[in-house]
Design a protein around this ligand. Structure first.
Ligand code: A2P
Length: 273
C-alpha cells in the first residue's frame, strides 16, 4: 500500500493551495447516518503527530478556505489519516465536506496539537476515555496505538450517543481491532467499549455522567470507583458533557493535566458541532 500524496494524479484545485498546508487526496468515505460520516485521506510522508491530537482541515473551494479543528482518528503509525465528522446543516465547512468523494482534495494545516495525549497523563493502571458522539475520534486514534496498552492495564472507552445508529463507527472500530492480527494480540482483553444511548430504546438508556454518579459504570465493567491512585481519564464531548464529566473527575480526586504539566485527567472539546 502506498499512501503518499501524488500531486500528479490529483485534480487541479479551483484555487491555489495556500502556504503551510498539505493538499491530500480523499481515499475513502463512509456515511453512517444523516449526521455522521468518516473519511480517509493520504498522509504526507513527513507529517508527524501524537495519537489523540487534532489538526485544522479545510477544502480548496475558496480563496480563503474555512478551516476547522478535527481530531486525527487514526493512530500515529497509520499510513493514512482518518477523520470522523458530524454534518452540520449550513455549517461553513461540513456542508461541503460531507459531499467529498474519493479523489477529491482536502487541505490540512501542517501542525498537529492537543491535550488528549498519553504524555499529558501521569502513569496509572486504568485509562478511562469518556466520549459523546464525534468525541470518540481522538480515542479512535489512542485505542489503536500500542503505546496505550504498554502504559495501561485496562482501557475503558465510553461513548454516549443520541441514537443507536450513531454507535456504528465505534462498533466497527472495535471489530477492526479484533480482526487485526497484530493489534488484537496487543489489545487482548484490555479494551472495554461501554456504550449508552439517550434518545432511543437501548439496554443502557442513560448519559455516562448518570452512570458514573450512581456507580453503575464501575459495577458494569468490574472496576472500583474512579480513584486518583490507579485511574487516569480523558474526556471529549460537547461543552456540557465535558464540564459535567470534569466535575465528576475532580470530585473523585483527579487533577487536570496538560502537555506542560501532566495530571490525572485531561479534556478537549469535540470540535465541530
Ligand atoms: P441527551 O440526549 O440526554 O441530551 P450531542 O449530540 O448533543 O452532543 O449529544 C451527544 C450525547 O451526549 C447525547 O446522548 C446527550 O444526551 C449526551 N449529553 C448531552 N449533555 C450531556 C452532559 N452534560 N453530560 C453527559 N452527557 C450529555
Amino acid at each position: 500500500m502506498t499512501m503518499s500524496s501524488s500531486a500528479a494524479t490529483e485534480p487541479t484545485p479551483a484555487f491555489p493551495i495556500p502556504a503551510g498546508v498539505y493538499a491530500e487526496t480523499v481515499l475513502e468515505v463512509e456515511h453512517y447516518t444523516e449526521r455522521l460520516f468518516r473519511f480517509r485521506i493520504t498522509r504526507p510522508r513527513e507529517f508527524r503527530f501524537r495519537s489523540g491530537e487534532f489538526v485544522m482541515i479545510g477544502l480548496p473551494n475558496a480563496e480563503k478556505p474555512v478551516y476547522r479543528a478535527y481530531s486525527l482518528a487514526s493512530p500515529s503509525w497509520d499510513e493514512q489519516i482518518e477523520f470522523f465528522s458530524i454534518k452540520v446543516p449550513g455549517g461553513p465547512l461540513t456542508e461541503h465536506l460531507q459531499k467529498i468523494q474519493p479523489g477529491d482534495t482536502v487541505l490540512m494545516r501542517k501542525k498537529a496539537t492537543g491535550t488528549l495525549v498519553l504524555d499529558a497523563l501521569l502513569p496509572g493502571q486504568h485509562l478511562y476515555l469518556f466520549s459523546t458522539g464525534t468525541g470518540i475520534a481522538p480515542f479512535a486514534s489512542l485505542i489503536r496505538d500500542p503505546e496505550t496498552y504498554e502504559k495501561f492495564e485496562k482501557v475503558i472507552l465510553t461513548q454516549t450517543c443520541r441514537e443507536v445508529a450513531e454507535l456504528q463507527y465505534g462498533e466497527h472500530l472495535i471489530e477492526q481491532i479484533r480482526a487485526d492480527e497484530m493489534l488484537s494480540e496487543i489489545v487482548g482483553d484490555k479494551l472495554v467499549y461501554y456504550t449508552t444511548v439517550t434518545r432511543e430504546p437501548y439496554p443502557r438508556p442513560d448519559r455516562i455522567t448518570s452512570l458514573m454518579r450512581d456507580g453503575r459504570l464501575y459495577a458494569d465493567v468490574g472496576m472500583p470507583p474512579l480513584s486518583p491512585e490507579t485511574d487516569r481519564a480523558m474526556i471529549c464531548g460537547s461543552m456540557a458533557m465535558l464540564n459535567e464529566t470534569r466535575e465528576l473527575c475532580v470530585a473523585a480526586g483527579l487533577v487536570e493535566g496538560a502537555n506542560s504539566a501532566p495530571g490525572t485527567f485531561v479534556v478537549e472539546r469535540a470540535f465541530v458541532d
